[in-house]
Design a protein around this ligand. Structure first.
Ligand code: NAD
Length: 472
């Protein structure tokens, strides 16, 4: 048992946990952050958002280099890909940010402990005892509040084990070479992003999705157009595909599935990526000694991120009812820290969460899809503007995609914004602010957008709600 009484002990040092720790320290709380790894950052920094987007940037540059002549750049010869250099740049980016986190922990005087944290039961006289299994043995620490932020890991299909040919988000980030062919199971963010990246690096990619459309959480228009663009890039897309068997062959993998028409199909490739969702790491947290009841493996919380066990909070990917996104984890960490410190907060609202998928082209979306708005009973008015009418899109050489505005016909409130196109993951920030501030189409039609920018396509899309886009 340590002598220190912490205001909050946080189990898990990913984006949710480290954000809660820093915000808690900023509020003057005494914070302990416990992580199994000596390197903070969790899935996002080590095997998720950051390394994936690093690879994606290489893929983008590789694409530009191959079309260099179109930009008047000649004499490059035949470009070749130094994969080891690609991976080492990615690793250097990760390492830089691991050091950055260590610096932030010191700056905020956060006690960092390496080990696995678990609850020992309800608080006694308002004080929780957290057991930490460290390499040096078991220790206990005491805290007035506990935040569980242990994250998630890739689900696999029954009977499969990850390895050199059967990949999850972890193995695929350290392949010795880009595969010549890749089957991707699941067309959520993970499946879409790796399909896009490895197609750019020249792999033959087959994407299998169980549901009737890829990017199934997005507006239907996005799924439809992304399918067309993926097929144009040579990605073989099968929807309504029920995977029956994944097996290793002498040289690679074989996937048997039933297609949308009920016909058995077989595909073979060098590797297979299984991207069928993520399971919360809730085992071995000592939850059975608390009032917490799991909901399909995840932890229910209230608006302040507090669980059914008083004084115990949960944030990030282990929470039920919110999407498993780093930025959701970060904001829910700030909410929990505010509640613990007795400061005001705004609960995380599901319809104000941006979704960003880093495909080529990108998806950025927030709020209700057209179908969801209609289901909720709104009289919906939609505006759609294609990037083909945007001059900056011409300059950057990407005319694919559109901006779609979903609004309420009665008051003009903007209910949802759905972007497929260049820099969509950056452009969506404006839309998130507009929804947060309950902006209307009319207000945004009067908001000056700089010229020439990709963001101008937003202005045209708001105007398109009233069939008044200037550039279409
Ligand atoms: P997901 O749940 O988003 O998508 C999984 C997809 O696999 C679904 O479309 C599902 O219908 C399909 N599927 C499930 N079982 C299948 C089967 N047997 N055969 C074929 N298809 C099947 O999961 P994910 O893509 O693994 O991502 C996990 C989490 O991480 C998600 O919450 C995701 O949003 C998040 N993530 C986000 C980003 C980003 O924001 N850019 C990037 C990566 C991951």
């Amino acid at each position: 048992m340590t002598d220190t009484l912490y205001d909050v002990a946080i189990a898990g040092g990913g984006p949710a946990g480290y954000t809660a720790a820093i915000r808690g320290a900023q509020y003057g709380l005494k914070v302990a952050l416990i992580d199994k790894s000596a390197r903070l950052g969790g899935t996002c920094l080590h095997v998720g958002c950051i390394p994936t987007k690093a690879l994606l940037f290489n893929a983008e540059i590789w694409g530009h280099v191959q079309h260099a002549a179109a930009f008047g750049i000649e004499g490059l010869g035949a470009p070749t890909l130094n994969w080891a250099a690609v991976l080492s740049r990615k690793d250097a980016i990760v390492n830089k940010h691991v050091k950055g986190l260590d610096f932030l922990m010191k700056k905020h005087k956060i006690t960092v402990l390496q080990g696995s944290g678990r609850l020992t039961g309800p608080a006694q006289a308002g004080i929780h005892t957290v057991e930490v299994a460290a390499a040096s043995g078991l220790m206990q620490l005491q805290a007035r509040h506990v935040i569980l932020a242990t994250g998630s890991e890739a689900k696999l299909l029954p009977g499969l084990q990850p390895g050199p040919r059967i990949l999850t988000n972890i193995e695929i980030l350290s392949l010795p070479q880009p595969p010549a062919s890749l089957i991707v199971i699941g067309a959520g963010a993970v499946g879409l992003e790796f399909s896009s990246i490895f197609r750019s690096f020249g792999a033959e990619v087959s994407l299998l999705e169980f549901l009737p459309r890829i990017a199934p959480v997005e507006d239907e228009d996005i799924s439809k157009e992304l399918t067309r663009l993926f097929k144009k890039r040579g990605i073989d897309v099968s929807t309504g595909a029920r995977v029956e068997q994944v097996e290793e062959t002498e040289t690679g993998v074989r996937v048997r599935f039933t297609d949308a028409y009920g016909k058995p199909q077989v595909k073979e490739a060098e590797k297979v990526l299984v991207a069928v969702g993520r399971a919360g790491r809730t085992a071995d947290l000592g939850l059975e000694k608390t009032r917490i009841q799991l909901d399909r493996g995840l932890i229910p919380v209230n608006e302040a991120q507090e669980t059914a066990e008083p004084g115990v909070f949960a944030i990030g990917d282990i929470v039920s009812g919110l999407p498993q996104l780093a930025h959701v984890g970060m904001m829910s960490g700030m909410v929990a820290a505010a509640q613990i410190a007795g400061r005001p907060f705004r609960p995380v609202r599901r319809d104000r969460i941006p979704g960003c998928t880093y495909t080529e082209p990108q998806i950025g979306s927030v709020g209700l899809t057209e179908a969801q708005a209609r289901e909720k009973g709104y009289t919906v008015k939609v505006g759609k503007f294609p990037f083909a009418g945007n001059s900056k899109a011409t300059i950057v050489g990407c005319h694919d995609g559109f901006v779609k505005i979903v609004s309420d016909a009665q008051y003009g409130e903007i209910l949802g914004v759905h972007i497929l196109g260049p820099q969509a993951t950056e452009l969506i920030a404006e839309a998130v602010a507009v929804l947060e501030l309950e902006g209307t189409v009319e207000e945004m039609m009067c908001t000056i957008h700089a010229h020439p920018t990709l963001a101008e396509s937003m202005l045209d899309a708001y105007a398109a709600v009233h069939a008044m886009a200037i550039n279409a």
